[in-house]
Design a protein. Structure first.
Lengths: 337, 76
């Protein structure tokens, strides 16, 4: 068990937002060679929310951020951290714009880029800001308009990825308090960076001075290899996080994993001996929302009463980088928006 | 060997036992490519066998998969 951080970050508010437009599996069968049955059995997804033309990640982030602030009952924020893979523009970071639109003025603001592990890496950043007393309160938002990266003709990704945002307010707290973020387990494997990527549009391609073929501007993922590494790393990181918290896997009340794909979730839960009743899931209705996945799941589960105060929660994520993480916490008393 | 492989498919991958015959193809036993990844992971974890999901996907039917395992010196 790891010695507890003297000034842990404590979750004291949570909010989430998905854009109103919905795409069903039926809608997808009209432009892709697929079926509702194939999509459901392969991914567990029935519907997903997508941004309307002209809507950007900051729009999702501002909504979720407002809801988290309402949940926390405060607007006194010292830093805004935005975890995203789909910034509004390549430069500057999207966080300062979001911060200004939330009425938080000159507050410190930056983006964290860790793809589907963005929320966990974001928790690490927020925890660090609080531990060093750089901030008393941090607004951590994870938001992605992932559909903006997707090739609409690529069946393997078009059925999975979706848009949404989740946000939490974290404040400096006491050891052992409900809502205190537990020891964080983080890892990466850059040798496999090519498994999950958007190859073009960055310095590697731009420094060649040559335009890239259109497909290279789209997100691509090696499905089978990703599945294998996701199961391996989410399982290992989860075990490690539980051990460092001084828990047993049997103590975990709710397992909240990044909603990548229902098959990955059940494979990991199976290996951890966590029964379906203890697993939180909303992928059926919202798809894979990238970094937003975990806070969106937690907020919706809290609103629906599937996640309640006192529940011991295990969080884990895996995605592009490759990057992964896990942590634990006891769910606090709060109203989720 | 066939029986042990069949038990693995039934117990771990929830394949219906009456679907499993040596002539059954991957589609016949309803194993999609993600299930094949699972299978290759299990074969390594449980029996120390190195069989890639690509190799399993290339096998024509269950009989061919079993032959592949036997070739790899499987002692399930």
């Amino acid at each position: 068990m790891t010695s507890p951080v003297p000034r842990p970050a404590v979750i004291c508010g949570i909010g989430s937002y998905v854009p109103p437009d919905v795409v069903t599996n039926e809608d997808l069968t009209r432009r892709l060679d697929t079926s509702d049955q194939w999509i459901r059995s392969r991914t567990g997804i029935a519907t997903r929310h997508v941004v309307a033309p002209g809507t950007a990640t900051s729009d999702l982030a501002v909504e979720a951020g407002q809801r988290a602030l309402k949940s926390a009952g405060c607007t006194d924020i010292d830093a805004v951290v935005l975890a995203t893979t789909t910034p509004d523009q390549p430069c500057p970071a999207t966080a300062p714009d979001v911060t200004a639109r939330l009425g938080l003025g000159g507050t410190a603001a930056f983006d964290v880029a860790a793809v589907c592990s963005g929320f966990l890496y974001g928790l690490a950043a927020a925890s660090g800001l609080i531990a060093a007393a750089t901030a008393e309160r941090v607004l951590l938002i994870a938001a992605d308009a992932f559909t903006t990266l997707i090739d609409p003709q690529d069946r393997s990704t078009a059925v999975i990825f979706a848009d949404g945002a989740g946000a939490v307010v974290l404040r400096a707290g006491q050891v052992g308090e409900a809502g205190a973020v537990g020891p964080l387990v983080l890892g990466s494997d850059g040798e496999l960076s090519h498994l999950i990527e958007v190859p073009a549009g960055g310095s590697r391609q731009r420094s060649t001075g040559r335009a890239a073929p259109p497909q290279e501007h789209y997100f691509r993922m090696s499905g089978r290899d990703t599945y294998r590494h996701a199961v391996e790393h989410m399982t290992a990181a989860s075990r490690s996080a539980v051990e460092r918290a001084g828990w047993q896997l049997a103590n975990v009340d709710r397992f909240a994993a990044h909603q990548a794909n229902a098959r990955i979730l059940s494979a990991v839960a199976d290996r951890l001996d966590i029964e379906p009743e203890r697993c939180l899931s909303n992928i059926e209705h919202v798809g894979n929302t990238g970094g937003a996945s975990i806070p969106l799941l937690l907020a919706q589960a809290a609103q629906e009463g599937r996640l309640a105060a006192g529940h011991r929660v295990l969080l884990t994520a895996f995605g592009g980088g490759l990057a992964w993480g896990a942590t634990t916490l006891r769910w606090p008393q709060l109203t989720a928006f | 060997m066939f029986e042990q492989f069949k038990n693995l498919l039934v117990n771990k991958l929830k394949v219906s036992p009456d679907l499993i015959t040596p002539e059954a193809t991957r589609e016949d036993i309803e194993l999609d490519s993600l299930a094949v990844v699972e299978l290759s992971i299990m074969l390594e974890a449980e029996f120390g066998l190195q069989v890639t999901d690509d190799e399993l996907l290339e096998a024509e039917n269950v009989g061919a998969m079993v032959a592949l395992l036997e070739e790899r010196g499987a002692k399930i």
